[in-house]
Design a protein around this ligand. Structure first.
Ligand code: PBG
Length: 333
């Protein structure tokens, strides 16, 4: 049967009309990615004028504090509002209780103070977990080969208070112990730090994609894995349970981590909860795009922009990403 003129005319719904040119596409765009959505993670090392590139993360390096201040200034200049700081601790300063984390002159706390005084406009997010400081490389206290929950809580709470005291705007528990948000909130409030915010790594999955980060900080678990505390990648509904607990315990923002493999969870959180939603575009997610781009298999710029836009579309307003400076540069063009 040949198509009559009438049946062609009846094609009144033509979605392509809304894609017909740059101006129209930009009018109808539902989502945008802006520098203000980005958080720049920085790896810190001791020393002066030190910059050590990280093999598996092209374009990312560990910086001594003086050079980290330069990175902080760059972030501020391109409109990135926040930094997340991660120290690489010397092996000789590690112990099974992560005691170095409370030393007021440790690398991280010095960095918080110095970056705050150099670029006070930036908000500073500090991770709370034992792994960078622990000889066991686990996020909680290890006893008889087990990561024990309740005895870890006071250690995390003290770590958080030390960070607040140094001037961190946010503490971000990334350890996945039960009850840690509440324990940290009480300790902060008791210490008079009622304005220090908690960004909870709420749905943090036991993921293969943290590999390059653990290389960067030399923080891999010395034995076993993190599956007794980080979530099972099979679970979506369980993330809701974690979120409800963290909200009840006083979290100010909820994170999903990693980002790309867990966009369903990001979307669930943004639909169901009123708190700001963060997603962590983790080391392995960054590395895989870099590697494909280096081989010429992907266009680095387009792949990075599209994958971060997808995290926004799923509903996260805060994206931790190693590509923050590069993305902000493109977005500001
Ligand atoms: C520490 C922590 C990890 C990451 C952020 N905080 C590693 C882990 O849990 O093993 C991973 C970030 C990344 O891969 O980019 N608890």
């Amino acid at each position: 049967m040949t198509r009559s003129k009438g049946s062609l005319d009846s094609l009144v719904r033509r979605p392509r009309r809304n894609r017909k040119g740059v101006a129209v596409r930009s009018m109808v765009a539902e989502t945008d990615l802006l520098p203000r959505n980005l958080v720049l993670p920085l790896f810190l090392i001791d020393g002066k004028e030190k910059r050590e590139p990280i093999g598996a993360m092209p374009g990312v390096a560990r910086f001594s504090i003086d050079l980290a201040i330069g990175e902080a200034r760059k972030a501020f200049a391109v409109g990135i509002p926040s930094l997340a700081l991660f120290p690489r601790i010397d092996d000789k300063k590690k112990d099974s209780f992560a005691r170095e984390s409370k030393n007021p002159d440790n690398l991280l706390l010095r960095a918080v103070r110095e970056i705050k005084s150099a670029v006070p406009e930036l908000s500073i997010i500090t991770d709370v977990a034992m792994d960078p400081y622990s000889t066991d490389g686990h996020d909680g206290l290890v006893r008889d080969g087990q990561v024990v929950n309740d005895d870890t809580l006071p250690i995390l709470a003290e770590m958080a208070v030390a960070k607040a005291k140094a001037g961190a705007d946010w503490v971000a528990p990334s350890d996945m112990m039960d009850g840690r948000v509440g324990a940290i909130r009480r300790a902060l409030d008791d210490g008079g730090y009622t304005d220090t915010s908690i960004l909870s790594y709420c749905a943090k999955y036991a993921s293969a994609f943290y590999g390059p980060f653990r290389e960067a900080l030399d923080s891999a678990p010395r034995s076993g894995d993190k599956k007794t505390y980080q979530m099972d990648p099979a679970n979506r509904r369980e993330a809701m349970r974690e979120a409800r607990l963290d909200i009840a315990e006083g979290a100010d923002a909820l994170m999903v981590k990693p980002a790309l493999c867990y966009l369903d969870v990001v979307a669930d959180f943004s639909r169901k909860f009123e708190l700001p939603i963060a997603a962590y575009f983790v080391s392995g997610e960054y590395s895989m795009i870099c590697a494909a781009a280096e081989k010429g298999w992907l266009d680095r710029r387009r792949a990075l922009l599209e994958s971060h836009l997808s995290v926004r579309r799923a509903g996260a307003s805060i994206i931790f990403t190693y590509a923050a400076l590069e993305l902000a540069g493109w977005l500001n063009e």
